[in-house]
Structure formats: structure tokens, C-alpha cells
Design a protein around this ligand. Structure first.
Ligand SMILES: Nc1ncnc2c1ncn2[C@@H]1O[C@H](COP(=O)(O)OP(=O)(O)OP(=O)(O)O)[C@@H](O)[C@H]1O
Length: 250
């Protein structure tokens, strides 16, 4: 099948994101991903784990259309990413993807409310303010709309980032160590919120983490080793995940 820019691809599965034999080579020699085929179904919560340097961030970046693969295909929200060029690529990302990073990445000069609506404004879409308000309520920040990020705790800032990721009703939310900078109980709250949005709103979450306890909140854990898929676990427990990680790092 020849795919043109903007072509919508009919996949046979309910996958919101699909990587088909994806390879990513950096600087012509570092094979960060090597023939990875994996899909992320609508309404699912997936954790991506693997030893340091195994390709987790690269997978996330390729899946989120932040980077293009060297080989293979990435289909995001029905669009073949590799067939798109800027500014269409950015438009697809802004419209269909939400991000939650370890470092929150909020704009300090803006209020909580303006941070939450920022991606939609960048995307040039009319913000759904009623939904944004509801999302802020759900993450426990109703009434803090006028606060600045610097006035909030780390956990509250990550909840703002979560509200921002959800406010545009993205097809998929990517988390890059979203609890990495949080203490245990605050991290649990954020994971519980992500889990709640998957269960109640059929949100789709793909999260890179090093923490087996965080991965245990997911429906499935996908393991990477040396840029290749190294198995997966459904309905994982933290103990199972930790045991698998020990095998992979041996
Ligand atoms: N921009 C880049 N240029 C060159 N090599 C890169 C680049 N980004 C990543 N790599 C290399 O690709 C491989 C995979 O890196 P990646 O960051 O995806 O792994 P990771 O599993 O996320 O690692 P970590 O757990 O340490 O964050 C590593 O060997 C890394 O050094």
C-alpha cells in the first residue's frame, strides 16, 4: 500500500497507535529501535519498561510523532506519521497527543487555567472550557485556576500537567516517567488519576517508567531490551515486573 501525506489508514485492530517493524538509527550507527512491532489499544494503559538505553524514550518519541523512524511505519490516530511533513506533523501531534513529563513542563508565567488550555490554543482549536473545568475538578484542582505553577506543590503541578494533557481529549496520552520526580504517595495519586481516566473515559495511556510499582497500574507492560521487544505482561503485579526486569538486566 502506498500512503500519501494525510492518508488515513484503516487498521484491523482498535489500536490508537501502531508501530510496524519500526527501526530507529541515530547518527547512522546507534540502533535504538530494531524491528519493533507493537500496538496500543484504545482505552488501554500500557507501561513501557526496559534497562537503561533499551530504547524506551525512542519508542515513545516515535509513537508520539516527536521523532520519525528510520524504517517501518508508525500509525497515530489513523495517520501514517512517516508520510507527513511539517507543519502537518505538528498539527497531528497537537490534536491527537497529550504529554506528561517527569519535569511537568508547565509555563511559570501562565496561570493554571492558561497552562491547561495552552495546547488547544497552539493547535488553533476552540478550547472545550467545560471539559477543561471538569478535568481540573477531577484532578483535585478546582478553584486553583488562577494560581501560578510556582505556587503549587510538585504533585499539584503534575496534576496540572495531567489536566493539560487531558483537556484536548487526545487520542493518546504519553507519559515519560510521569511519577519520576514525585514522592511515593503523590506518585500513587497521579497514577490513580491516569488509571481513572482510562477506566472512566476510555483514555489511552502509554507510559515509560523505571518503577515496577508504577508499571503495575497498567493493563500491560511491554519490555524492551537492546531496542527490541523482550516480551510483555498482562495484568502485571509489581513483583512480576521486578522479576522480569531482573532477568533483562542480568
Ligand atoms: N539523539 C540521539 N543520538 C544518538 N544516540 C541516541 C540519541 N538518543 C538516544 N540515543 C541512544 O539510543 C539508545 C536508546 O536510547 P533511549 O533514550 O531510547 O533509551 P531508554 O531506554 O529510554 O534509556 P533510559 O532508561 O536511560 O532513559 C541509547 O544507546 C542511547 O544512547
Amino acid at each position: 500500500m502506498v500512503l500519501r501525506a494525510g492518508t488515513r489508514v484503516a487498521t484491523t485492530t482498535a489500536d490508537v497507535v501502531w508501530l510496524d517493524d519500526v527501526t530507529k538509527v541515530y547518527a547512522g550507527r546507534v540502533r535504538a529501535l530494531d524491528g519493533v512491532t507493537v500496538g496500543f489499544a484504545r482505552g488501554s494503559f500500557t507501561a513501557v519498561m526496559g534497562p537503561s538505553g533499551s530504547g524506551k524514550s525512542t519508542l515513545l518519541h516515535c509513537a508520539a510523532a516527536l521523532d520519525l523512524p528510520t524504517g517501518g511505519r508508525v500509525v497515530l490516530a489513523g495517520q501514517e506519521v512517516g508520510a507527513l511533513r511539517e507543519p502537518k506533523l505538528t498539527a497531528v501531534r497537537r490534536r491527537h497527543v497529550g504529554f506528561v513529563f517527569q519535569s511537568f513542563n508547565l509555563v511559570d508565567a501562565l496561570s493554571v487555567w492558561d497552562n491547561v488550555l495552552l495546547p488547544q490554543r497552539f493547535a488553533g482549536v476552540r478550547p472545550d472550557k467545560a471539559w477543561a473545568r471538569e478535568v481540573l475538578e477531577r484532578v483535585g484542582l478546582g478553584g486553583r485556576e488562577r494560581s501560578r505553577p510556582g505556587e503549587l506543590s510538585g504533585g499539584q503541578q503534575q496534576r496540572v500537567a495531567l489536566a493539560r494533557a487531558l483537556a484536548g481529549r487526545p487520542e493518546v496520552i504519553f507519559g515519560d516517567e510521569p511519577t519520576g520526580a514525585l514522592d511515593l504517595s503523590t506518585g500513587r495519586e497521579v497514577l490513580g488519576l491516569l488509571r481513572g481516566f482510562v477506566d472512566a473515559h476510555a483514555a489511552t495511556v502509554v507510559m515509560v517508567t523505571h518503577d515496577p510499582a508504577a508499571a503495575a497500574w497498567a493493563d500491560r507492560v511491554v519490555f524492551l531490551a537492546d531496542g527490541r521487544l523482550a516480551g510483555e505482561l498482562a495484568a502485571p503485579t509489581a513483583q512480576q515486573v521486578a522479576a522480569r526486569m531482573t532477568e533483562l538486566t542480568r
